[in-house]
Design a binder for this molecule. Structure first.
Ligand code: NDP
Length: 358
């Protein structure tokens, strides 16, 4: 179709994808954890008012170019401010300051940057941060020892192991060593298991999916009773996002790389969460008019006009989709900023839970 031929979406040239779950935006995004209940303690009353309008977004109807831009940067800023207020209140009331520990192994510059950014984010809201930096050739046992020390340390309420780990380490074994009550990433099988079961509450929910739901909630987009499609089924984004949507009473379908006719399934959806890692894969013609779209993908594409020679785009062809959808997240500035906000939020919730502070 003509619009596809001339669309920037179809001409974008992909660059090798170097980021994985610890990309700049992802660095924060891969970490989320908040008991659903605790997150609701301080998130609910604060429905975000989109800048362009004082009314909430409704995922029902849209006319050409009418999609609301879901401003994840602004929502994340608001959440960070709320967290700062809560931390000050807790410190004043019981003298406890939440603490987040990060374990970094090796000398990857990108990982070091992410860890530095996390520390900065913690400092800004008043969370104490602790860091252990181990050399690349450290043994698995040394990493396990650090985790064990943080598990025992009452001033630490959340533990992150910065990924990727060196190839000689067993990532699953190391991540499973993090105490479930400090697993602010929400990746522990027990947390995921509880997320999947009716009537059970996880202690933490993975950060990026949690951020997606929070964006929908703060923009007043109804989830209950809606048809939702999640594109991607990874353990850190797609699968928990689908579980969360189901907990919110959506009827959920998961599309993955082996799905036949994905367009036909996606076209039925009122809500789409895309976490694939394919630049501009989801076209405007795949979207039901009025759908709400959360684009998790972060994909570098060549851009000679940019000083870096590339820019980041989502999984969704934004220029096409914005004309059909009722609401859409941009990339960057959509889901990415929510991840760190959710990490901070999970750390606060963990401290509140451990000290029985409401
Ligand atoms: P994974 O590579 O782990 O998972 C990708 C998923 O997409 C898989 O389930 C795969 O299916 C599916 N998939 C791949 N190709 C297609 C296709 N053509 N059609 C339908 N489904 C497809 O990626 P992540 O979940 O870790 O990340 C996904 C994207 O989100 C990436 O761009 C990543 O950078 C970004 N991200 C962004 C974050 C943020 O904070 N904004 C945080 C985390 C990730 P199958 O299972 O069959 O292989």
């Amino acid at each position: 179709m003509a619009s596809m031929i001339f669309s920037e979406c179809s001409t974008a040239r992909l660059l090798p994808l170097r980021c994985h779950r610890s990309c700049p935006a992802l660095s924060f995004s891969r970490r989320v954890s908040l008991p659903l209940t605790s997150s609701r303690l301080f998130l609910p009353s604060l429905t975000f008012q989109p800048r362009a309008s004082s009314t909430s977004v409704s995922a029902t109807m849209a006319t050409e170019s009418s999609a609301k831009v879901i401003d994840g940067k602004a929502v994340a800023k608001q959440i960070r401010e709320e967290i700062g207020v809560e931390i000050a209140r807790m410190k004043e009331a019981i003298g406890i300051v939440p603490g987040l520990a990060v374990i970094l192994v090796g000398d990857r510059k990108d990982s070091a940057t992410y860890v530095r950014n996390k520390k900065k984010a913690c400092d800004a809201v008043g969370i104490n941060s602790f860091e252990v930096h181990l050399p690349e050739d450290t043994t698995e046992q040394e990493v396990l020892n650090s985790i064990s020390r943080f598990n025992e340390d009452p001033s630490v309420h959340g533990i992150l192991v910065q990924l990727p780990l060196p190839s000689h380490m067993n990532e699953e074994k190391i991540l499973n060593a993090v105490g479930i009550e400090k697993d602010v990433d929400g990746f522990h099988p027990l947390n995921i298991g509880r997320l999947a079961m009716r009537g059970r509450e996880p202690l933490f929910v993975p950060c990026t999916p949690k951020g997606c739901i929070e964006l929908l909630r703060r923009y007043g987009i109804q989830i209950k009773g809606k048809k939702a499609v999640v594109i991607g089924r990874s353990n850190i984004v797609g699968m928990p996002a689908a579980l969360l949507l189901q907990r919110e009473d959506a009827t959920v379908t998961i599309v993955h790389s082996r799905t036949n006719n994905p367009e036909d399934i996606i076209k039925e959806a009122d809500i789409i969460i895309s976490a694939v890692g394919q630049a501009n894969m989801v076209r405007g013609s795949w979207i039901k008019p009025g759908a709400a779209i959360i684009d998790v993908g972060i994909n570098p594409v060549e851009d000679p006009a940019s000083p870096r020679g590339y820019r980041l785009v989502g999984d969704v062809c934004y220029d096409e989709v914005v004309k059909v959808a009722s609401a859409v997240t941009p990339v960057p500035g959509g889901v990415g900023p929510m991840t760190i906000a959710m990490l901070l939020s999970n750390t606060l919730s963990s401290a509140k839970r451990m000290h029985n502070f409401n």
